[in-house]
Each structure stands twice: as C-alpha cells, then as structure tokens.
Design a protein around this ligand. Sequence first.
Ligand code: DOR
Ligand code: ZN
Length: 336
Amino acid sequence: MLKLIQPDDWHLHLRDGANMTSIVSATARCFARAIIMPNVKPPITTVAQALAYRQKICAVESRFNPLMTLYLTQDTSISDIIQVKNSEHVIALKYYPAGATTNSELGVKNLQQVWGIFEAMQQHDVPLLIHGEVTTAHIDIFDREKVFIHEILDPILTHFPKLRVVLEHITTQEAVDYVLHHNISATITAHHLLMNRNALFEGGLSPHHYCLPVLKREHHRQALLEAATSGNPKFFLGTDSAPHAQSDKESKCGCAGIYTAPAALALYAEAFEQVNALDKLEGFASFYGADFYQLPRNTQKITLEKSTWKMPLNFKFGHQKVIPFRAGTDIYWKQN
Ligand code: DOR
Ligand code: ZN
C-alpha cells in the first residue's frame, strides 16, 4: 500500500462540451488540480475565454481546481500577459509550433513575432509551456524534439534566461540532458515511461499508441524513467491524457493522443515500480509541479494499493466512445 499527498496533473486535455462533461471526473477522482490545455476548437486565447471554459469545467466537477492556460498565437498581446499575471485561475501560456499536433494550426509560425511576448512573460514571470517539436517536413519525426531543442528552444533561453519554461511531455535522452543542464523544467507522461516505439506496431498498427511527440526508442524510455525517478524536482507529472473519439483514432488518418486519465496514477506507479523507485513517486506526482508553479502543496492524502483490475474497453465521450490506454487489460495499482 502506498499513501501519498494528493497529486496534480500538470498537463491535461479536457476537450469541451459534452466530451468534457463525460471525462472530467476521471481526472478529478485522483488529482486535486490540473493544468488544462487550451487547444480546443476554437482555441482559448484570452483570459475571458479561459475563465468561461473553467466555469464549465467546475460546473461538472466541484472537487477539482482547473488551472487554465492561453494558447499563444501571433495575436497574443502584452495586455494578455498582464491579465494572466493578475489572474488566480489562468497561470501560463502554451506554445504550439503551428502544425505540430492536434488543433495547433493557429500556433506559432514565426518566432520573431512572439519575441516581444516572451520579453513580457519573462518580465512578469509568467510560465511558458512548450510543445517542443519542429514541424519542418524534411526532419524525421523521431528527431523533431531534438531539433527543436537546438534550433528553437536554445535561442529562446539564450535571449530570455529568466523565462520560466516547462518543456512538456519530453520523450528523448537529449531533452532530459538539456533540462538537466539548463534553467527549465519538464513534464513526463506515463505512456512515455511505459512504452517504446515498438508499441506502435505491436501485432499490427496500433492507433491507440499514437501520440505526439511520438514514442521513441527504448534507450530514450530508460532516460525518461531515470529522470522521473531521480528525485530531481525539475521533472514532474503531466499525463498529456488526450482523448479522441474512437472513430477519430481508428480512421485512415488517426488523431494523436492517448487517453490515460482513468488510470493515470496507477500507470505512473507501475513505471516507478519497474525500477524500484516507488519512494520517489510522491515528489514527482505531488510536490515538484506545485513548487514550480509557486502554488501550495496539497495536504489531503490518497492511497494506492497493489491490486489488479481490468481497464474497461471504452468510456462514454459525449455521444461517442473513447478507448482508454490499456483497454480491456490488467492495471496493477488501484486508488481507494
Ligand atoms: O498526442 C497528443 N495529443 N499530443 C499533443 O500534443 C496534443 C494532444 C491532443 O490534444 O490530442
Ligand atoms: Zn498535450
């Protein structure tokens, strides 16, 4: 049995409308707070929109504190940054390179155009959350994170050394090394800790293992496991749980995203147990993210017991269904 301070999810996709309504409780039954990604349609680009979206989430789930983000676009203004700075509920901006992932079309195309925004974010100490992948067609998809770090992230940090940055859902040894040697933090997903790229082709093409950044080789997974279980507070929990309707995943052009929320903490526990590091789970899941965002640590406790249960085959998702990670198979930890 494991007893830990209630964790938070520092990277979550909740979608909107009826889809949101059907999935928000899966996160709220485990996590006290979550950072809600803004890549809904249309994207959340202003504090007013973020607060309206937050209210809808809270109307469904009162147990839970959603921390909102704005989607950085070419139209983001310094006034938006100041509003975030002054908001209790909207706490960061998310940088999507245009075309990098789901609903990222309005993301950043030209870095120079958001340079003044970075300046204001540094000045007002507003965190920048980064999807770190280049989108250039000639770059191999497995190298997109590594190239982003050298070509985009490093110049940003050279110009804005005090900008508070989270490199989201890191997937490579290069990202781990970069975070270790620079003044930034990173989230790590459960699915990148549990799978390498072979899982994409296990017994045939597996659309439910397709996410972005895409799964990498085993040695990268080992580097992520080492970072997550190191006790270094630069690395903390962010599930990137990203539900899509079954028909959008199992289609001729399947969407990227893995729905891990129904077992998120159990999946992290499984990964940490693989390397005998369950004693490091609480820091990673419950302390370091709160510390980075300068928010109080939670005080409630939750318990996880070593007990096997079967993940349901699907869950309701608005008028459709979503297939969770590990659908129909064993999960080894259970939250009471
Ligand atoms: O796999 C992913 N799905 N990666 C992302 O960056 C976005 C997410 C989504 O919104 O579906
Ligand atoms: Zn995400």
